[in-house]
Design a protein around this ligand. Structure first.
Ligand code: ZN
Ligand code: ZN
Ligand code: ZN
Length: 133
């Protein structure tokens, strides 16, 4: 985790490490509320600033789920910043437990749109997750 911060040229603080640790031990994406519960005591402004910084630096990505809370999950190693994600994974939203998973796939479709520069393609799947089946 410290290595990750160093590689992104972000100053290491205990709080930043603890946020990363929360994400690291989860197999699903987290809502802000879940992060707050995990932290227990925290300063809300510091939390929001940290999440913003991590999103800007390509450490975390946001997943918007229709009709549900926004979730956050760790990025892939080669994500550069907010606008340059390099994800080869699909977001799976379970209709039963409402958890969101980042799932790797072997081939991720490349989409060419004439005259447009595609920076990222997001694929969302809905269904019933492994632990709910
Ligand atoms: Zn990313
Ligand atoms: Zn489920
Ligand atoms: Zn993801």
């Amino acid at each position: 985790m410290e290595k990750l911060l160093r590689s992104k040229k972000i100053r290491i603080t205990d709080f930043r490490i603890s946020i990363l640790n929360i994400f690291n031990k989860q197999s699903t994406a987290l809502s802000i509320e879940e992060i707050e519960t995990e932290l227990g005591q925290f300063d809300r402004i510091t939390l929001y600033r940290t999440l913003k910084l991590f999103k800007e630096k390509g450490i975390l990505h946001e997943i918007a789920i229709a009709g549900s809370n926004v979730r956050l999950a760790l990025c892939e190693q080669n994500c550069e910043d907010l606008h340059h994600h390099h994800h080869n994974h699909i977001h799976f939203h379970c209709v039963l437990c409402s958890e969101v998973y980042c799932l790797d796939v072997e081939t991720y479709p490349e989409i060419g749109l004439a005259g447009f520069e595609v920076q990222q393609v997001e694929i969302q799947a809905t269904g019933i997750c492994k632990s709910c089946r």
